[in-house]
Design a protein. Structure first.
Length: 435
């Protein structure tokens, strides 16, 4: 066997990625297509609540991570998360509306827990200099799982809701035996890792969320506060002082505004634009695969110009495209390529936001990088919940153009806050070491 080339760790694409790719595919490939279609039988408001509960599942990530730290039971926890996701999808079309909300929450929690374990298997088993490369390959595998599941959902959407989700549940169910077979056992006791280097100029977070905005959290967004010694962790109030607080104040409405379209995606494109669910699912799969190279480009652009201008540009693009979608929905009969192109642009903007936002959070709180990233992730889950519920209720009461208009307005509010507080003034990062 030839030795690995210098600077490139061996075995970057590991077999245990497979079960996590299946769970990711179920959560961000099957769930966002089939759950809204099934939930729509009880009204668009119910769709928003269901998808909001799915987003709320993000808060299972720290609980699963803490349990994994204490018990070292990565294989058992990953298997349990896959099982929860599978059972939630299988029971969803059979449940009443109240139980559907709980099942969507379980679906999101299983997904968030699984991707937390996936990240821990990288950072616990490999030295820090390899994290970026290995997490990048993990996220690539997860994106392939998402794209494949979206292609499957295009076919499943033509079946009855019960049959579609029953077959869709087989995707995470297949992850159960693969998790038991492929996930490596971890030795008892805490793994020993070198202490993180002091952040300085050009420092990069080991985690830059890449997989997508559709779901409780992008896998690399599940960043561990345990990477930093306990005495260096600040309270929430201390963390929110200065630039990070303003960043989150802008992130919440901007993220919530885009969550409106993600929570309603299949029913919105079917009812407002006359695009069949199988077509919208196929289009989304193509968008996912086309967007993969944009993450590399986003990293280069963010490195050259800084993360703040990149975030502002992405927000601006989303305001324009969400407004265009609202106009298209109000106009009625427009060529299908127009709303699909606008949605593609909204997704492409996420490629830049997912890379730049952790970098900016780390710059603003270099003394508590992991905690800042955790707050950003929690804000995403909360914003996803608020945006999904608001979008569903607005679409039910006033129609899709109003819901999309609210999304554009919320994103514009986030852009305004960000521009005034961070882009124009460029305040000094809180906690930074002078000089």
């Amino acid at each position: 066997m030839q030795p690995a080339r210098q600077g490139r760790p061996a075995g970057l694409l590991e077999p245990w990625f497979a079960p996590f790719a299946l769970v990711n595919g179920a959560a961000v490939g099957v769930t966002p297509i089939l759950l809204p279609v099934v939930a729509a039988r009880h009204g668009l408001g119910h769709v928003g609540i269901v998808m909001g509960a799915f987003n709320l599942g993000a808060f299972a990530a720290p609980l699963v991570g803490s349990l994994a730290d204490r018990r070292r039971a990565y294989r058992a926890l990953a298997t349990a998360c896959a099982a929860v996701t599978a059972v939630s999808l299988w029971l969803f079309p059979l449940a009443d509306p109240a139980l559907q909300i709980l099942l969507a929450l379980g679906d999101g929690a299983g997904f968030a827990g699984a991707v937390t374990i996936a990240n821990l298997l990288v950072v616990e088993r490999h030295p820090r200099p390899e994290w970026n490369q290995r997490l990048g390959w993990l996220e690539t595998a997860l994106s392939v799982g998402q794209g494949g599941a979206l292609f499957l959902s295009a076919w499943l959407s033509g079946l009855s809701p019960r049959d579609g989700l029953l077959i869709g549940a087989l995707v995470p169910a297949a992850a159960i035996p693969l998790a038991l077979l492929l996930i490596p056992r971890m030795p008892a006791g805490r793994a020993t890792r070198p202490a993180p280097a002091s952040p300085g100029p050009g420092h990069h977070l080991a985690s830059i969320g890449r997989v997508g905005e559709w779901g409780p959290a992008s896998p690399s967004r599940v960043h561990r506060a345990r990477l930093w010694p306990r005495e260096r962790r600040a309270g929430v109030g201390g963390l929110l002082r200065g630039g990070l607080g303003w960043m989150l104040a802008a992130w919440l409405p901007a993220y919530a505004g885009s969550a409106i379209i993600f929570s309603l995606y299949p029913v919105l494109f079917r009812n407002a634009f006359g695009i069949a669910t199988d077509t919208s699912a196929l289009a989304f799969a193509v968008i996912v695969f086309v967007s993969l190279p944009l993450f590399v480009l986003a990293g280069r652009v963010s490195q050259r110009f800084g993360p703040a201008p990149v975030i502002a540009a992405a927000y601006t693009g989303r305001v324009i495209l969400l407004t265009a979608l609202a106009v298209f929905a109000a106009a009625g009969h427009v060529p299908a390529v127009l709303p699909l192109a606008a949605f593609a642009g909204i997704m492409f903007a996420w490629s830049f936001l997912s890379v730049a936002s952790p970098g900016l959070a780390g710059q603003l709180r270099p003394d508590a990088e992991g905690d800042a990233q955790g707050l950003l992730n929690a804000s995403s889950g909360l914003a996803g919940l608020l945006g999904s519920v608001t979008g569903g209720v607005a679409a039910d009461l006033w129609g899709y153009p109003a819901a999309l208009g609210i999304g554009a307005g919320a994103t514009a509010a986030g852009l305004a806050i960000f521009t005034v507080t961070l882009l124009r003034r460029r305040p000094a990062p809180a906690g930074a070491v002078p000089g």
